[in-house]
Design a protein around this ligand. Structure first.
Ligand code: NAP
Length: 490
């Protein structure tokens, strides 16, 4: 079986312990490769290498750094199909979705490359004579990145590309379930001309390798995407030594369907939002809050549509839903189905693991008679389970939408403009869609959430660069004398 090593200081090297872990295809359970498991010393070596590379990389003019990203984007385009196929094998989602994942990486890479000529500061008049004021953006330094498995190339690219163009150097740890696409991404960046040491890849478990990143005090900032539980822990650890941290965490995303909605359009959106990526998206639609007048028709149509979905290997034509990522995720989803039943919700479709192939498949599952406070309507399941909640009207629907700890994505289906704008105004979420599902972010808009979905940062969009830069205020006095701000005002 092929072995994949760590990438430190421009070289593929074995881990200090020589240990490896297996990467398994979640549809077939066939092994994909052996990946070197980093030790704490390997992580520290990677950080030192990134630190050594920082001076030269941060001094390279940003438009020149951007040229490497333009080349990277073109190579990603050339390899899109190959990467998508590898991703389906590694992560399980269907080929059309893995193509979308690679496309998102291409989009953010071009977008970040464009920022190489737009790292704008501001200028402003001084309150004093013969003095000029401005701000400039500076890179943060060496940044640590830890990513989840559900978007194996898009999420790393959302972090890596803006960080690179801004002049940072990086130590990156991908999820242990999807290290292969990260290896491929690093290879592409090196082929595009990234200098040694600027990007370092360490692989292995979060509890050891991730923790070593979090605790290395040479890292000026940690950029993390993953679960609320891990995010809370990272926030606690990093706050002790005053480091920047960006957290992109979970969601419990609602779709409101009003009685004036186009029902078939809403069915399309709910089916895609709830069962696309087997429900394993931070923006998955897991709660559908339906106006009571149309609920019976909506429910019947949703069940009919869901029955048509085909589970299987995401590489095969006609397959709509791939497997869950691993056995523990399968058990978690099954546990939530039991919880839903015991809470009194009605299971009207799906609800069990199935075996079209040896892997971790779970039927798309629909609960009705769900109340807003049940655990299945409050906690992130991260699987193909959707809860239908009845509502008498918009105010109540918005209250239900806002009743959870998370605030990532949201959606409303309505033909009434007033309803749409009320939802935009009142739903507590980082993203609101009107007449489309909870998923479908575009890279030139900020991405992130409110409440426990994060700590206020946003990725991509106009905010992509903010996460990876410091602002320096510059006062340039050319008067040739001591001038005291706030004092020498005449
Ligand atoms: P996770 O268990 O928190 O893992 C995420 C990453 O953190 C993985 O690389 C993991 O390594 C690592 N990790 C685990 N424990 C760690 C620790 N103690 N210290 C440092 N790193 C640690 O989350 P997941 O199950 O992979 O991902 C699913 C979650 O991500 C969901 O909650 C989903 O909503 C969220 N998500 C959020 C967004 C967003 O942008 N808001 C996007 C996608 C996903 P291992 O792989 O080795 O365990």
């Amino acid at each position: 079986m092929q072995e994949y090593k760590l990438f430190i200081n421009g070289e593929w090297i074995s881990s200090g312990s020589g240990e490896t872990f297996d990467n398994i295809n979640p549809a077939t359970l066939e092994p994909i490769g052996k990946f070197h498991r980093a030790t704490e010393e390997d992580v520290n070596r990677a950080v030192d290498s990134a630190e050594d590379a920082f001076d030269s990389w941060s001094s390279t003019p940003a438009p020149q750094r951007a040229m490497i990203l333009y080349r990277t984007a073109r190579i990603l385009e050339d390899k899109k199909e190959e990467l998508a196929r590898l991703m389906t094998q590694e992560m399980g989602k269907v080929l059309s979705e893995t193509r979308g994942d690679v496309q998102e990486a291409i989009d953010i890479t071009y977008y970040a490359a464009g920022e190489g000529r737009r790292l704008f500061g501001e200028t402003t008049p001084s309150e004093l004579h013969d003095k000029f004021c401005m701000t400039v953006l500076r890179p943060i330094g060496v940044v640590g990145m830890i990513t989840p498995w559900n978007f194996p190339i898009a999420i790393p690219s959302w972090k890596i590309m803006p960080a690179l163009v801004a002049g940072n150097t990086i130590v990156f740890k991908p999820a242990s379930d999807t290290p292969l696409l990260s290896v491929e991404l690093v290879k592409i960046l090196m082929e595009a001309g990234l200098p040694p040491g600027v990007l370092n890849l360490v692989m292995g478990e979060g509890s050891t390798v991730g923790s070593a990143i979090v605790h290395n005090r040479k890292l000026r900032s940690i950029s993390f995407t993953g679960s609320l539980e891990t995010g809370k822990w990272i926030l606690g650890e990093t706050s002790r030594n005053m480091r920047r941290v960006s957290l992109e965490l979970g969601g419990k995303n609602p779709i409101i369907v009003m009685d004036d909605a186009k029902i078939d359009l809403a069915i399309d959106g709910v089916t895609w939002g709830a069962f696309g990526t087997t429900g394993q998206r931070c923006t998955a639609a897991s709660r559908v809050i339906v106006h009571e007048k149309i609920l019976p028709e909506f429910q019947e149509k949703l069940i009919e549509r869901t029955k048509k979905l085909r589970l299987g290997n995401g590489l095969d034509d006609g397959v709509d839903i791939g497997p869950l990522i691993n056995e523990s995720q399968l058990k978690k989803v099954a546990k939530y189905v039991d919880i839903g039943k015991s809470e009194g919700a009605k299971l009207v479709h799906g609800g069990k693991a199935v075996k079209p192939l040896p892997g971790h498949f779970f039927e798309p599952t629909i609960f009705t008679d769900v109340t807003y406070d049940m655990r299945i309507a409050q906690e992130e399941i991260f699987g193909p389970v959707v809860s239908l909640i009845s509502t008498p009207g918009l105010d109540d629907a918005i209250r239900i939408a806002n009743s959870v700890e998370y605030g990532l994505s949201s959606s409303i289906y309505t033909e009434n403009m007033r309803n749409a704008f009320r939802a935009i105004e009142k739903i507590e979420a980082g993203i609101t869609y009107v007449n489309s599902s909870t998923i479908g972010a575009e890279v030139h808009l900020p991405f992130g959430g409110v409440k426990s979905t994060g700590n206020g940062t946003r990725e991509a969009g106009t905010t992509a660069i903010e996460e990876f830069t410091e602002i320096k205020a510059v006062y340039f006095d050319y008067s040739g004398k001591l001038q005291k701000a706030q004092i020498d005002l005449e």
